[in-house]
Design a protein around this ligand. Structure first.
Ligand code: CA
Length: 219
């Protein structure tokens, strides 16, 4: 699960990032509104945590632009402006939750987890596709144990079956945009997942779409 955290107070940003990482999230920091906006509209985040008072663009501006561009990533607003009006205003504008500063990171973690559980009432821990049952929490595929990276890649593929997933998207989502990762990483892990599918006798396959990426299919 990758989180974008837009926060200009460096000390707070580093501390919260550290705690979110300890809770198992991958975290990208953006330190002003301009970088925040550029990042927030990318489809690689599972949740965006937005401070309101920021240099260049405010968190409110970023939220507005995201929703105008139809980016539906869940957003949690953070602000010292804890008045009820401000909270209602942001929820009206499409924020999913609101947390007043100062806050405990444990509270933020709980809110993020609640948001990530929310979509469409689907049981997010187990995903079924074809003859596969993938348990994201346990990182098992039909009860076979996977590694972290294998399960992260499979999560993206199995949540978007029959859809082309580019290597760039996988790299950015799993290794982070400024990682030193390259296509070889992806190919290595995809080939391991393929071996596992074969071993399981599954009818599902990860097809290579030459030069573009991969597609999980059960045909
Ligand atoms: Ca701030």
């Amino acid at each position: 699960m990758r989180i974008l955290y837009v926060e200009d107070e460096k000390f707070l940003a580093d501390a919260v990032k550290h705690n979110l990482e300890k809770a198992g999230f991958a975290v990208d920091l953006a330190e002003d509104g301009e970088i925040g906006l550029e990042q927030a509209v990318k489809p690689i985040y599972d949740c965006v945590v937005l401070d309101i008072m920021l240099p260049k663009f405010s968190g409110t501006d970023i939220l507005k632009r995201m929703r105008e561009k139809n980016v539906q990533t869940p957003v949690i607003m953070l602000s010292a402006l804890c008045e009820v009006e401000s909270k209602i205003e942001h929820l009206d504008r499409g924020a999913d939750d609101y947390l007043a500063k100062p806050f405990k990171t444990a509270e933020l973690v709980a809110r993020i987890k609640a948001l990530l559980r929310r979509p469409k009432g689907v049981d997010l821990t187990k995903i079924k596709y074809g003859d596969l049952v993938f348990d994201e929490t346990q990182m098992t595929l039909n009860d076979e144990q996977m590694t972290i990276k294998e399960s992260e890649i499979l999560t993206v593929l199995i949540q978007n079956p029959e859809k082309l997933i580019s290597k760039e998207h996988l790299l950015a989502k799993i290794w982070g945009e400024d990682s030193m990762g390259d296509d070889n990483y992806i190919e290595t892990y995809v080939s391991r997942i393929r071996k596992m599918l074969k071993k399981l006798g599954s009818a599902c396959q990860i097809k290579t779409v030459r030069g573009l990426g991969y597609k999980l299919t059960d045909k």
